[in-house]
Design a binder for this molecule. Structure first.
Ligand SMILES: C[S@@+](CC[C@H](N)C(=O)[O-])C[C@H]1O[C@@H](n2cnc3c(N)ncnc32)[C@H](O)[C@@H]1O
Length: 289
């Protein structure tokens, strides 16, 4: 299917027709406005005022591809190549997970709790797009933020996001399962991580726009070892978290008690926290000294 004309109101009608079986009307409206803003630089007022005008062939083609991608379930963030996280612009590619509102909530919580404690060294393990590291670096004055990921592509995007947001963050490619510290023997006041935690068996309940487009490396863990990342992070933190430091972990809502038990076994005092939907979503842990 192709957009029938290059008149704005026809393009809008076409988008509604193509997407009506897949998304609610309000979401389609948001998509249309986002696409016009992204490809043509039009804000909402301009879009509404120029509905009877026409656009050039090149912009029409871009909109046609974008609407087609949306029809196939491609997330709008990957079409635009960007999103916002804690009000910060973050570029995303298929090598990086799209940051989630639950993660944003965790970061706001960390900022609230940590601002007055003035942590010096902060480490974000499994940084992906760098969203957590960048948000913490911007909010917590005088901190030095470090961030790691196993994916070379993700680290490139995270570095470029840090540059765009004027943050001086130390990045390293590193496999947390090897429990190495790529920053020599640096110790941290905060270690934060949103590691892969979705069990393979949960794939069946997941939407195809996540399964088909988001990096599986960022999401999935084996059914028979779902806490594999938490074990390594706890071991890493045993060595590199300062004695009075805090460990903040995003977790699988189904595995809250198991994750707490694992951390307690490794010598931590750990508490479970719920997200805005009342789901177990975050653990704050401190070493028992
Ligand atoms: C759930 S995503 C989190 C991304 C980002 N921090 C966020 O909250 O949106 C998990 C990240 O872990 C990374 N990862 C997967 N296996 C890893 C490993 N063995 N060591 C380090 N990072 C790993 C993935 O590349 C991905 O970027």
């Amino acid at each position: 299917m192709r957009i029938p004309s290059n008149k704005v109101c026809d393009i809008e009608r076409f988008a509604y027709q193509e997407l009506e079986n897949l998304y609610p009307k309000s979401e389609i409206k948001t998509f249309i406005l986002m696409l016009f803003e992204h490809f043509l630089g039009w804000n909402t007022a301009h879009f509404l005022a120029f509905k009877n005008s026409t656009i050039n062939q090149s912009d029409l083609l871009k909109l046609n591809f974008a609407i087609k991608d949306l029809r196939f379930g491609k997330p709008i963030q990957y079409i635009l190549g960007s999103t916002t996280f804690c009000d910060i612009p973050i570029n995303v590619t298929p090598a990086t997970l799209i940051p989630r509102p639950e993660t944003e909530e965790i970061v706001y919580n960390i900022i609230e709790k940590e601002k007055h404690l003035a942590p010096k060294n902060i480490l974000d393990i499994c940084t992906g797009s760098g969203c957590i590291a960048i948000a913490l670096s911007k909010a917590i004055n005088n901190s030095q933020v470090y961030a790691t990921d196993i994916s070379v592509e993700a680290i490139k995007i995270a570095q470029s996001n840090a540059k765009t947001n004027l943050c001086n963050i130390n990045f390293a490619i590193s496999d947390i399962l090897k429990i190495d510290n790529p920053f020599d023997e640096t110790k941290f006041d905060i270690i934060v991580s949103n590691p892969p935690y979705v069990r393979d068996m949960e794939k069946a309940q997941m939407h195809c726009n996540v399964l088909d487009y988001e990096p599986h490396l960022a999401l999935f863990v084996p059914d028979n070892n779902p806490l594999i990342f938490y074990k390594s992070i706890a071991l890493f933190a045993n060595k590199y978290l300062n004695p009075d430091g805090r460990l903040y972990l995003e977790i699988n809502e189904e595995l809250g008690n198991e994750t707490i038990a694992l951390l307690e076994k490794q010598g931590y005092n750990a508490q479970l926290h719920q997200d805005f939907l009342g789901k177990n979503r975050m653990i704050i842990a401190q070493k028992i000294i």
